[in-house]
Design a protein around this ligand. Sequence first.
Ligand code: AQP
Length: 337
Amino acid sequence: MENKTQKKVILSGIQPSGELTLGSYLGAIKNWVALADEYDCYYMMADLHSITVRQNPADLRRRTLTQMAAYMACGLDPKKSTIFVQSHVPAHTQLGWVLDCYTMFGELSRMTQFKDKSAKNADNINAGLFTYPSLMAADILLYQANLVPVGDDQKQHVEICRDIASRFNGVYGDVFTLPEPFIPKVGARVMSLTSPENKMSKSDKDPGGCVYILEKPEDIVRKFKKAVTDSDTEHCVRFDRDGKPGVSNLMTIYSAAVGKTFAEIEAEFDGRGYGDFKSAVGEAVVELLRPIREETERLLADKSYLESVYRAGAEKAGYVAGKTLRKVYKKVGFLPR
Ligand code: AQP
């Protein structure tokens, strides 16, 4: 049997900056679950990242715990994967600072997420929002991760992480493993139901565009009924990301929920209207999310169990991260204590 330490390493996380969405599930968590047997996985609640946008403290605490329960309800097993809260492992911020000093102003300025979030939060364009990618690089490099499962939107951040790691390795030798992004085939970019040109985001101000994974079935069905389709005259269910973004997004969701290919979906709805199609997608998502919601609620009723999971997670993650941090401190020339 393969030794756990020989398995390739995976690190990923989600910010508890809002309630988890169908996009978080299909673009990230579902994929994590599929990888948990084959890899040595670290999955975190990225609370340090979430404060780049102002958070209500009580909501942040509640969402962090709910998010952990949802990870497990989606199928992550804390016996197999290390599940932890990012702020519980101080090595993240410690390495983050070091990497800030190996990250260039110009490369950070080119990050799409920085540009998007600056536009959305014009009154709070803080330094943390700008240096977010070097903290994310620290998250990944601390565990010497080989793969980082992310949605399409985060690919640029994994690329800058590789650039930072190569720059550091170029000066000090092979300290860091260079990670690869790992992007799911279906669900890599789930778009808003009301404005399908934008990503479905948990901090979206328009709740109609987002389906939350803990949402009530009747609300899910209603949101899909109201989902934007397309203003073409053709009125048929056909995949065309540019020409028919609304229908294509619903097809992506349906495909991920029921496991059918786009061709099979086109055949299923041939000659039927958009109304029928939207109801079917809504029902499929309700059935997909129902067991997750029920299991999350069950887990949230057992706080002491959840605490024991995140404590054990922090201990394991802290041990591994500490080893990398000590090596980095030594390489850059910090006097040992
Ligand atoms: N709509 C999406 N489609 C596919 N994947 C998605 N992800 C997020 N939204 C979608 C993937 O989920 C992981 C966690 O992302 P995150 O929460 O840490 O940051 P984010 O990408 O900024 O997510 P949001 O929902 O847009 O959060 P806010 O609104 O706070 O910025 C990543 O792997 C991401 O690709």
